[in-house]
Write a protein that binds this ligand. Sequence first.
Ligand code: NCD
Length: 310
Amino acid sequence: MSRSLIDILDFSVQEIDELINMALDIVKSPEKYSEKCHGKKLATLFFEPSTRTRLSFEAAMYELGGNVIGFSEAQSSSAAKGESVADTAKTVSCYADIIAMRHPKEGAAYVVAKNASVPVINAGDGGHLHPTQTLADLLTIYREKGSLSGFTIGFCGDLKFGRTVHSLIAALSRYSGINVVLISPEELKLPSYIKKDILKEKNIPFAQTTDLEEAMPALDILYMTRVQRERFFNEEDYLRLKDSYILTPEKLMNAKSNLCIMHPLPRVNEISVAIDSDPRACYFKQVLNGKYIRMALILKLLEEAEKDEY
Ligand code: NCD
């Protein structure tokens, strides 16, 4: 089994630092990297919708001089005929050097990694984890704040099903001086296993509230999220909860002048477009950082796979 990235905790803090440094070097000198993946193929297996994650993986591989194969919906793959993800993994290992995969079932990426003979990157598994968004988020925080320690971060919206939130909280639990504020409707609170196994276990101070404006003045980073319609059991609940939080310029009146406003995107209604021109808006920077850090990740995993061959 090759080294894969299924959970952000699969990588040590030092490895994440190395990825961040490599991404910063790619930003500075992209030409140094433009042929690094010559002759290599990335397979993007997307069983769920995606714009940024899939296209940033594809752009990343092209900018490294490599090629991309794959599919962007389950219906156009043999999953529609009933093929298991384990068999898909064995098959794609015959064609590609590395796999990036998104699937609606929690744990699917892990099953693929167990069955593939090439590195597998989890590009989102149901309401569970999304480690490469976390790498993009960490690079963004580092570039904006100059450090991954010593700040108060508020997570706002769907903390129950939001996999980007789950992975970022796990990642931040290994840095020092982090305070967490969890802002959500009662029904969409952070799952208790994450509070117990991560926040409490690592002694990370956290508060829970339903009131975004009350939380605002203390925040250095505000991480907004979309209510995850596709994970709801009924449409009525979604419709009732979808507009729980809408960030407008008025709501930022009491915010810090150097607040960093993040969102993994897609945005539905959570951030008014009037905020896009505010210098505190960082969500499109996250998109760009996502490409650079995925370039670094592809390089790292391919290098490790090559070492294993010898
Ligand atoms: C996120 C995801 O897929 O979990 N999107 C992304 O990859 N940037 C967030 C979301 O869909 O709400």
